[in-house]
Write a protein that binds this ligand. Structure first.
Ligand code: HEC
Ligand code: HEC
Ligand code: HEC
Ligand code: HEC
Ligand code: HEC
Ligand code: HEC
Length: 508
């Protein structure tokens, strides 16, 4: 047998395969394969070189194009099988493979090599697809309107560099599958526009904090006291600055690192707290069950509960964890009042503009149907006020005024999302007690146990006032631990709910 000339069997085999491929179905398949491979190469390259790859490129490169590639390969195979069925009698449909025949041997080797290569490449591709569906772009950007509020707030939060999946999925296969199943439902809802506006909170199937937050935050850490400065601006002509410096008694929850005390006494390490909520958003808590370090049980009932003891006994209990207080660790919808304070403090708003605090909050909290009308409303509202009341300011402080309009429009975009019917009020923040009941859901002095213990509302339980000033004057009444002095007299502070008046909008 000569080296140059192919053996007759091989020629026949190649010739036979070529004939079999010559049918419209397989030809369409071949065209599809070529186009898909070209697309995959281009998209993968774009994905690799782009500094901020678009989520769509990932979808095309790792999901859509490989799908078409597989479809093309299936079409080729289907065409070949159909063609062969036409050409050979049914009894000879399956070929006998004779590995002694060099032609058939090399055909089998090429086929197996192709198969191995294809499986290897698609495994790598699937891994990329898996990585991609876990990426922040996939979760946050793909359905812009749906996720815009969550994504916007996330990008401005302390967790901006923590991937969505670290909190929402976590490690392990079960939660990955769960999240992708629920994800598939969400893709459907987004495609057919059936998703709720806003996306409701709390998230009912959120993974327990032990398996997410605590992977990064060591729950045994003992914080002790932490100084925090709260800066506000009054709604008066000169936007008077008011500062409160407090030592927040964060403490710790693990006996190994310090006495379980302070706010993180709640950490669920040395003790266990379960509660019953009367409403969907968990803002009303009529019942609290505590098992302390020594195993003693206390049950607290709210005095004015709308639920009877019977209903409470039947209601589902939630075990308290990080997210019951830190429910907005990253999707923080800052109330307009606070957002304006922060911009004044950062000097992005000029406090020399008269009544700026009051006017900014007024235009931010007006009712707008869309973000676009809000942008116009903010500009005309602010301009109108100063033209009417302070024409000389409009002349003298043109630049400051223009910057103020700009900044307030930005604040609106960060805090209010009319398209998703979402704002700071739809998603309460449970940390503290200023704009929402938060800690006062239990610490309202109204939750009493059968032996007469009360969940305390003592103003020095959770923090110690260090100093308090208004403008340049010190208003704290005594050396620490002095009581917080409310700017206007509202009587005994332990008898009020701060959030009844402080709602983040106009008003106080
Ligand atoms: C630091 C952890 C963390 C990260 C990172 C994170 N989330 Fe969340 N997310 C939460 C918590 C906690 C909640 C509220 C849970 C509750 O109150 O039940 C939440 C709630 C949500 C909700 C429900 C609506 C709401 O605001 O309560 C959506 C939607 C959401 N997250 C999407 C995302 C997306 C998209 C990303 C990435 C861009 C992301 N999350 C990143 C912790 C996180
Ligand atoms: C992947 C790691 C990671 C996960 C998971 C994570 N965090 Fe964090 N968290 C961080 C880092 C890093 C910071 C510090 C950010 C900084 O100060 O720059 C932080 C900061 C914080 C802070 C301080 C915020 C502030 O205002 O300074 C709180 C509170 C917090 N995380 C709570 C949570 C909660 C609750 C969860 C679970 C829902 C969680 N974290 C999940 C990494 C993580
Ligand atoms: C009873 C409510 C509550 C629970 C439960 C709770 N925290 Fe906190 N945590 C607070 C408060 C209040 C602060 C003080 C910080 C503040 O006021 O901004 C704080 C502070 C922190 C800080 C420090 C932030 C900083 O400014 O440095 C971290 C980190 C943190 N918590 C993580 C967690 C984690 C993780 C868990 C769950 C294991 C948890 N917390 C459980 C209320 C709580
Ligand atoms: C679900 C109900 C509930 C919520 C919400 C809650 N607590 Fe508590 N807290 C309790 C109970 C119950 C006790 C124990 C009272 C007792 O038996 O002395 C307690 C005790 C405390 C203590 C005293 C711990 C010690 O040193 O012994 C502090 C401090 C505290 N809470 C802070 C907070 C802060 C801050 C928040 C809000 C971020 C908060 N709590 C939210 C139920 C709650
Ligand atoms: C159960 C714990 C707890 C009790 C009781 C409590 N506070 Fe607070 N308070 C907090 C926490 C936590 C914060 C910090 C919230 C934050 O970091 O945003 C806070 C913040 C504040 C602030 C600053 C608010 C701001 O945004 O400027 C003032 C003022 C204040 N508390 C006054 C009081 C007064 C007055 C009482 C008594 C009626 C009281 N607190 C009782 C937990 C408590
Ligand atoms: C009856 C209504 C009412 C209640 C209840 C109330 N406040 Fe106020 N608060 C006001 C008014 C009015 C102002 C003054 C606003 C101004 O001068 O611009 C104010 C101002 C403040 C300020 C100064 C910040 C600012 O925006 O000027 C702080 C801090 C404050 N209150 C804390 C609290 C705390 C903490 C509680 C709960 C213990 C509370 N308030 C309960 C009405 C109330």
């Amino acid at each position: 047998m000569s080296e140059e000339k192919s053996p007759p069997g091989e020629v026949e085999a190649r010739h036979g395969l070529r004939m079999l491929l010559r049918n419209p179905v397989s030809l369409a398949g071949i065209a599809l394969v070529i186009v898909s491979i070209a697309n995959i190469l281009i998209f993968v390259m774009l994905d690799l070189i782009a500094k901020k790859p678009s989520p769509y490129i990932g979808i095309l490169a790792y999901m859509v194009a490989p799908g078409f590639l597989s479809l093309g390969l299936l079409l080729i195979l289907a065409g070949v099988l159909l063609e062969r069925r036409k050409k050979v009698p049914a009894t000879e449909f399956y070929p006998t493979i004779d590995l002694k025949n060099p032609a058939q041997r090399s055909a089998v080797i090429s086929f197996v090599t192709f198969l191995v290569a294809f499986v290897a490449v698609s495994a790598a591709g699937s891994y990329k697809a898996y990585e991609f569906t876990d990426s922040v772009q996939f979760c946050g950007q793909l359905c812009h309107t749906v996720m815009n509020p969550e994504y916007t707030a996330y990008q401005l939060s302390p967790h901006a560099r923590v991937a969505c999946v670290e909190c929402h999925v976590g490690a392990g296969a079960t939660w990955y599958v769960k999240s992708k199943l629920s994800g598939a439902r969400q893709v459907y809802a987004a495609t057919f526009n059936t998703f709720p506006r806003p996306i409701p909170t709390p998230v009912h199937n959120l993974r327990p904090a032990q398996e997410t937050c605590e992977q990064c935050h060591w729950p045994k850490k003992f914080y002790g006291g932490q100084l925090k400065v709260f800066t506000h601006y009054a709604s008066d002509e000169s936007n008077t600055v008011r500062q409160i410096r407090m030592l927040i008694n964060t403490g710790g929850g693990d006996p190994a690192t310090g006495a379980p005390e302070g706010i993180h006494w709640h950490m669920n390490i040395a003790n266990r707290i379960d509660y019953v909520a009367a409403d969907e958003k968990r803002q009303v808590i009529p019942y609290v069950h505590v098992v302390d370090q020594q195993g003693r049980v206390s049950e607290y009932y709210a005095k004015d509960s709308s639920l009877s003891k019977d209903q409470i006994a039947k209601a589902p209990q939630h075990r308290m964890d990080c997210v019951d207080c830190h429910n907005r660790p990253t999707h923080i919808y800052v109330p307009p009042d606070l957002a304006v304070d922060q911009s004044l403090l950062a000097k992005k708003l000029d406090a020399s503009l008269p009544f700026l605090k009051q006017q900014a909050v007024t235009v931010l909290t007006a009712n707008y149907a869309t973000t676009d009308t809000a942008m116009q409303g903010i500009a005309s509202g602010l301009q109108g006020f100063y033209e009417n009341k302070y024409p000389e300011v409009v002349k003298m402080k043109q630049l400051e005024l223009r910057n103020a309009v700009d900044e307030i429009q930005q604040i609106y975009k960060r805090t209010t999302f009319p398209e998703m019917k979402l704002n700071w009020q739809t998603h309460p923040n449970n940390l503290g007690h200023f704009y929402f009941n938060g800690c006062f859901r239990c610490h309202d002095g109204q939750h009493v146990s059968s032996d007469g213990k009360v969940i305390p509302k003592d103003c020095n339980l959770c923090h110690t006032l260090m100093s308090q000033s208004e403008g340049t004057t010190n208003v704290a009444t005594a050396a620490p631990p002095a009581g917080f002095k409310h700017p206007v007299d509202i009587g005994d502070l332990t008898q009020v709910n701060c959030s009844d008046c402080h709602n983040g909008g106009v008003g106080p």
